[in-house]
Ligand binder design. Structure first.
Ligand SMILES: [Zn+2]
Ligand SMILES: [Zn+2]
Length: 258
C-alpha cells in the first residue's frame, strides 16, 4: 500500500467481490460489450421519458436546446436507432471487444485503488481520451473520404437524441473503442478506474447527444466542459466543436462555437 494513500474500505470490499468473480466474469469474452450496450440503453431511458413528458410539460420543453427545430424524435426513430446500434454491437463491437480481451492479459492487482488514485486516473483518462478524440474527429471532418466512409453516418442526426450517441458506422464505433482502450492502457489504470471511466464515458456521450440543456448537467457545474449545447452545435454546424467533452482544444485551435 502506498504511504499516505489509504485504501477506502468500500473500494477494497468492492474490489474483493470483483476479484472473487474474476475467472467466470472478468474474463468472459462478451461481457464488456454486453455491459456497454446495456449501460448505453439504460442511460438513454430517462431521456426517452423526458421526450414523452415534453408533450405535456412546458418546463421539460423549455430545456430542449433546439426548441425551434420541431418536437422530439418519435418512438419509431428511437426504435430504428436501437436496432442499428444493437446490430453493430452484435456484428462488430462484441467480436472486436472479445478479441481484444483475449489479446490483452488482464492484470488483477490485489489491492483496490485509493480514492485519490481512482479520481486522478479517471480524470487523466478523460483528458487523454478527449485529446485523442479531438484529433481523430478533426481528421475525419478534414479528409473527405474518411468523412464519407466513417463519420457521415453519425451526422445523419442534425438534431441528435440520446440513443444517437452510439449511432455511427462500424468503423467509427471500432475507432472510438480503440481510443478509449488506448487511453486506459497508456496511463496504466487500475481495472476499477478503467470500469468507472467506461461508465462515465458512456454517460457523458449520452448527455452530449440528449438534446436537453438540463439545469443539473455537468457542464453547468464545470465550465471547462461543453455538454449537450456544445456537441449539438457540432451536429448542426459541422465545422466547430470537435472535442467531445472539454472545450480547451477547440478554444486553442479556434474551432470553438458557443
Ligand atoms: Zn455526435
Ligand atoms: Zn463530427
Amino acid at each position: 500500500m502506498e504511504p499516505g494513500h489509504a485504501h477506502a474500505p468500500v473500494l477494497q470490499g468492492l474490489w474483493e467481490c470483483v476479484r472473487a468473480a474474476q475467472e467466470e466474469v472478468l474474463l468472459a469474452p462478451h461481457l464488456a460489450a454486453s455491459c456497454a450496450f446495456l449501460t448505453h440503453v439504460l442511460l438513454c431511458a430517462p431521456f426517452l421519458a423526458l421526450d414523452a413528458l415534453g408533450s405535456v410539460c412546458a418546463r421539460v420543453r423549455s430545456w430542449r436546446i433546439a426548441a425551434g427545430s420541431g418536437p422530439p424524435p418519435p418512438l419509431s426513430r428511437w426504435f430504428e436507432c436501437f436496432c442499428r446500434v444493437l446490430f453493430r454491437y452484435i456484428t462488430v463491437v462484441a467480436p472486436a471487444a472479445a478479441l481484444l480481451q483475449l489479446l490483452r492479459s488482464p492484470q488483477v492487482p490485489e489491492l483496490a485503488p485509493s480514492c485519490w488514485q481512482l479520481c486522478v486516473e479517471v480524470v487523466a483518462c478523460f483528458l487523454l481520451f478527449d485529446t485523442l478524440f479531438f484529433l481523430w474527429h478533426y481528421v475525419m471532418h478534414r479528409v473527405p473520404w474518411l468523412y464519407r466512409s466513417v463519420h457521415h453516418l453519425h451526422h445523419q442526426h442534425h438534431v441528435p437524441f440520446a440513443l444517437a450517441a452510439q449511432d455511427a458506422s462500424s468503423a467509427e464505433l471500432l475507432s472510438l473503442l480503440l481510443l478509449a482502450l488506448s487511453s486506459v492502457w497508456l496511463l496504466g489504470c487500475h481495472p476499477l478506474s478503467e470500469a468507472l471511466f467506461h461508465l462515465l464515458n458512456c454517460w457523458l456521450a449520452v448527455e452530449d447527444h440528449c438534446g436537453y440543456n438540463l439545469p443539473w448537467a455537468l457542464h453547468r457545474l464545470l465550465p471547462c466542459m461543453g455538454g449537450a449545447p456544445h456537441h449539438q452545435a457540432h451536429h448542426s454546424q459541422q465545422s466547430a466543436n470537435y472535442a467531445p467533452y472539454f472545450t480547451h482544444w477547440d478554444l486553442l485551435f479556434g474551432t470553438y462555437r458557443a
